[in-house]
Design a protein around this ligand. Structure first.
Ligand code: NAD
Length: 415
């Protein structure tokens, strides 16, 4: 089953529970626009190589399409469609005036030189320039894309149009119009939601062990934040594998070590008394909270029954399959779904866009003060829906999102 089919399954399930009108469901099951582009670039060896790129614009009833651009060798159109659909839902869960979009290029950026990476990035913007913009569609970072890549995208867009609209892309470095707090925002948002749940359940950080899969933007910030709050981080991993440390590990040390050595598995003895484990072992390792911050389809019907954590925080998009969801629910594992748990990232991206358009910049403290109430309100609404419809938190999050989208679509009209 493709990732987009998984997404449709989630939407259909929630639609049935909330008794959503069929017309609205049909609209939300189809992306509004799909763009596919060829990206020829001259490689360092002098030869031309063509890469495939995508942009999917799912829905813009709430505001401009919004969503990251992923550089990965396994990107495909079905994946981008799924990610774009989740973006529409995510923006609606937190109630920000943005729609959903997503992009991707089939490439392993680690195999490119800096010059090739810049060329590829600029070519992508050249191809989609008429379909993006602060009023139309606003890309951002995702897996394997970062502030530097966002800076090249912004520069190319402004050069091509001879305009100064840096709100075309978010997740930019501060010196190029980025927002304070954007880098940590996804994890910050997840942590704010988690703290609400921890308060309700009476969970004490000092007695709670956390395993984190993925040690990039989302995962490494989450390790730092939860470590600072007193949680015991017992396991982390990246694409090369993981480390498990019964006594806990020092998250800032792993971060420094990963930068130096390129992977967390080399930090085995430097940041705690750890042993190396595989990513498969990490998912079923002994812990209380499992944070998924890598890629989709990590907890599946094959390994879900062996998950020992009682809570899963989905910082990644789609890390738990619909089949795994059912097994986890039966085993009383509470899954805090992606469209709520990782919505802090797009919320601060929205703040960045607002600051760019206003030409007036906020302090880190102001960003924090504005993010927190949005995340708490979103969680409370999802929690209310959970009680009203007696459903899972994922179903409640989709209901919360589609309820808002449905009102907008009906009020505005969609013929
Ligand atoms: P990133 O590229 O910074 O980091 C990805 C991490 O996952 C890396 O450490 C990589 O080594 C690791 N990884 C890749 N494959 C793995 C595997 N099979 N097992 C274990 N680790 C693996 O990306 P990111 O921005 O941190 O994004 C991670 C996830 O969070 C994605 O699903 C993304 O869509 C989602 N997300 C990110 C943001 C954001 O603001 N960065 C916002 C919302 C959602």
């Amino acid at each position: 089953m493709s990732l987009f089919e998984n997404t449709l399954k989630q939407i259909n399930e929630a639609a049935e529970i909330m008794n959503l009108e069929e017309d609205i469901l049909t609209i939300l099951s189809h992306p509004k626009r799909i763009i596919q582009v060829s990206l020829p670039i001259r490689m360092d060896d002098g030869k031309v190589k063509v890469f495939d790129g995508f942009r999917v614009q799912h829905n813009d009833v709430a505001g401009p399409f919004k969503g990251g651009i992923r550089y990965h060798q396994q990107v495909d159109m079905e994946e981008v469609k799924a990610l774009a659909t989740w973006m529409t839902m995510k923006c609606s869960v937190v109630g920000i005036p943005l729609g959903g979009g997503k992009g991707g290029i089939i490439v392993d950026p680690k195999t490119l030189s800096t010059r090739e990476l810049e060329q590829l990035t600029r070519r992508y913007i050249n191809r989609v320039q008429h379909n993006i913009g602060p009023d139309m569609d606003v890309p951002a970072p995702d897996v394997n894309t970062n502030g530097q890549i966002m800076a090249w995208m912004t520069d190319e867009y402004m050069k091509l149009g001879n305009i100064n609209r840096r709100g075309v892309v978010t997740g930019k470095p501060l010196e190029c119009g980025g927002s304070e707090g954007r880098a940590a925002a996804t994890s910050q948002g997840g942590s704010i939601v988690w703290e609400e749940i921890a308060k309700e359940k009476g969970i004490k950080p000092g007695e709670t062990r956390v395993v984190i899969q993925g040690f990039g933007n989302a995962g490494s910030h989450m390790a730092r934040i939860m470590g600072e709050q007193g949680y015991k981080i017992v396991g982390v991993s990246d694409s090369k594998g993981g480390v498990y440390c019964e006594e806990g590990l020092d998250a800032p040390c792993v971060l420094k070590c990963k930068v130096e050595k390129g992977t967390v598995i080399e930090c085995e003895s430097q940041c705690g008394s750890c042993k190396q484990i595989t990513n498969e072992e990490l998912i079923t390792a002994d812990c209380d909270i499992l944070v998924l911050a890598a890629l989709e389809n990590q907890v599946t019907e094959e390994n879900a029954a062996n998950v020992k954590a009682k809570y899963i925080i989905e910082l990644a998009n789609g890390p738990v399959t619909p089949e795994a969801d059912k097994i986890l629910e039966k085993n009383d594992v509470l899954v805090i779904p992606d469209i709520l748990a990782n919505a802090g990232g797009v919320t601060v991206s929205y703040f960045e866009l607002v600051q760019n358009e206003a030409g007036y910049y906020w302090s880190a403290d102001k960003v924090q003060r504005r993010l927190k109430p949005i995340m708490i309100k979103a969680y409370q609404r999802v929690s209310e829906m959970m009680q009203e419809y007696k459903c899972s938190m994922r179903q409640a999050a989709f209901i919360s999102a589609m309820d808002r989208l449905s009102v907008m679509l009906k009020t505005r009209g969609f013929e």
